[in-house]
Design a protein around this ligand. Structure first.
Ligand code: ASP
Length: 429
């Protein structure tokens, strides 16, 4: 019998999970059953993926950088990658602002419905505001300070410190490049071998993906608030989804085709497994192993480019999140009857860009950072209570765009790397 490809199995699991979720909602004690007997499998699967993110970043970045020819190759990849992150982030914000100003979703919500929703979710909002306040209170250069760990072993114990670990791994890789290779054979071999081991563990974990994804979907449906809220916030949800779809199906394929030199069909098809995983887990970090597999095996991106663009992209390149933040802040302003000046919009552009870079690649990180964007235009951050209820499904969709954005950047960097390698080879002849 022909083997069903894994992404098909995952797609079937998503469908079955949603279906069972709705069935359980109709049964008395269905929610409790899902919570006690199904949710734990989703949690185990998420934990397995999260458990692998840190070792994967460490081994693949160190191996990837130390495999480069020299420092020039690293700076070429690094500078270009960051340059494209910045460009695409601003494109994402522009698309978000365009759709939200065209559709004006905030004017579709009635004041009494608005007040009811805000009252109902005020508790959750207060918790998120507290988290955001702690990071805002520290000063403007704090994000820079936070990239540098004072203890790498401590940093590596929390998935919230991905950037710190990336910083260490890059330094480690750079040092390896600067030392004569014969002196570091053992260290290089160790990281190359460790990377192989982690990749194999990922394969083992992924074979359980259909079960994990099924459990995550059942949990999602059984824990979702009532349909009324979805209807009330329907226009807002539609606006975010429209913006994300424009980015994913119009702008990315165009960039991939004309700048990355890859047929858009190959790009979109090749990223499907990572997109499904991103949709199910709502976490670009948890999806990283699959994203890297897609880049290497489906898009034909080299080891060198994958090992840099994959981990760094998962951590800081979040076009879906920045697009969502720009839509959400304008939606909230419209719903509350605030007029945003041109200066306010500029402020949204820059704070959303920073908030996107600073959002952790975990579920719900975007809404915490949204608080900072709201504060930049003097809107009470507690207003996130208005959109809290439908944040999870939107998070699933923006995470799909976040990981696809990493694939898009990888095609551009790969094309340039190939051209440069050909030019270098030409010079040597
Ligand atoms: N869940 C998103 C991610 O991991 C971040 C966010 O927008 O909340 O990419």
């Amino acid at each position: 019998m022909k083997k069903i490809p894994l992404h098909w199995k995952i797609m079937i699991s998503i469908g079955l999970g949603i279906l069972l979720g709705f069935v359980l909602l109709k049964i008395p004690a269905g929610r409790t059953f899902a919570g006690n007997w199904i949710k734990p499998f989703g949690t185990i699967f998420m934990n397995l993926l999260k458990m692998l993110a840190m070792p994967l970043i460490l081994t693949s970045l160190i191996k990837g950088i130390s495999d480069l020819k020299d420092m020039t190759s690293l700076s070429r990849i690094g500078i270009r990658t960051f340059g494209w992150y910045i460009i695409t982030t601003f494109i994402a914000i522009a698309v978000g602002l365009l759709v939200v100003y065209l559709i004006k979703p905030g004017y579709f919500i009635q004041p009494d419905t608005r007040n009811k929703i805000m009252y109902q979710y005020s508790g959750e909002a207060t918790e998120e505001v507290q988290v955001a306040k702690e990071s805002v209170a520290k000063g403007p250069l704090e994000p820079l300070v936070e990239i540098v760990p004072d203890n790498i072993f401590q940093a590596a114990t929390s998935n919230g410190n991905m950037l710190q670990v990336i910083m260490f791994a890059v330094l480690f890789g750079v040092a390896l490049l600067l030392i004569p290779p014969e002196k570091t054979v053992t260290v290089r071999d160790f990281f190359a071998g460790a990377n192989e081991v982690i990749l194999r563990i990922i394969n083992i974990v992924m074979s359980a993906a259909p079960v994990g994804v099924f459990a995550l979907m059942v949990t999602l449906v059984t824990e979702t608030p009532s349909a009324d809220i979805f209807i009330a916030l329907g226009m807002y949800g539609f606006t975010v989804l429209l913006g994300l779809a424009l980015l994913l199906y119009v702008i990315y394929p165009t960039i991939v085709k004309y700048i990355g030199g890859m047929p858009p069909g190959k790009f979109l098809k090749g990223m499907v497994p990572a997109q499904l995983m991103a949709f199910s887990t709502s976490s670009a970090a948890a999806t990283l192993p699959v994203t890297m597999q897609c880049l290497r095996n489906n898009l034909g991106i080299s080891e060198e480019v994958t090992s840099f663009v994959g981990p760094v992209g998962a951590t800081i390149n979040m076009d879906g999140t920045t697009l969502y933040q720009s839509v959400a802040v304008v939606f909230i302003a419209q719903a509350l009857g605030y007029d945003l000046s041109f200066g306010d919009v500029l402020s949204i552009v820059f704070t959303a860009a920073l908030a996107g870079f600073g959002s952790a690649a975990v579920p719900g990180a975007g809404i915490v950072m949204l608080i900072i964007v709201l504060q930049s235009v003097h809107i009470n951050p507690a207003a996130i209570s208005l959109i809290f209820a439908i944040d999870r499904p939107l998070d699933m969709c923006r995470t799909v765009v976040n990981v696809s954005g990493d694939g898009m950047i990888a095609t551009i960097i790969q094309r340039k790397a190939t051209a440069l390698a050909a030019a270098d080879a030409g010079k040597q002849i």
